[in-house]
Design a protein around this ligand. Sequence first.
Ligand SMILES: [Zn+2]
Length: 164
Amino acid sequence: MSGTNNVVEFPKSNLPLPEVVFMGMVAGAFDAQEEGKSYRGFKVGVMGWSLPDKSGKIKSFRGANTKLAPDKPKDCGEMKVMRAALKASVRLAGLVVVGMPQHDHRSGLIYPTLHPCEECRVVMRRLRGVVITDDTHVITIHPTRLIFLQLTIPKLMAAHGESW
Ligand SMILES: [Zn+2]
């Protein structure tokens, strides 16, 4: 064997999920990204997973964005995941979001990874305590570079100057 190994130090995780399951969520979000339907080729893949039930089982949900034309409504992968969790009557422990970073439509900020948009953040606040909790984690991953960010929902809101 020859060549160079690039060693990357990851921050210590406090995700309430076994690492191997979390890897499945990441792979699922990358896979879901391919299902994104966007008139401008902007694709976002999302996986969400619930808090464990009494028997320790978790449910996972998958979504991708849909925006077929500039004048058509958008339906985000995050929104689809939150609706599915609401329907299943579970609270989400975490969300993984994979998409190319872009400027946030409300805060105007751009981060190294794509954050859930303003409309999604509004829905998150509306579903507070029902689907989204103070401890729901959002892990945003750059689709082509080894960059990711882990935020709790209150920190995500604060990152865009919004209250939780
Ligand atoms: Zn959104």
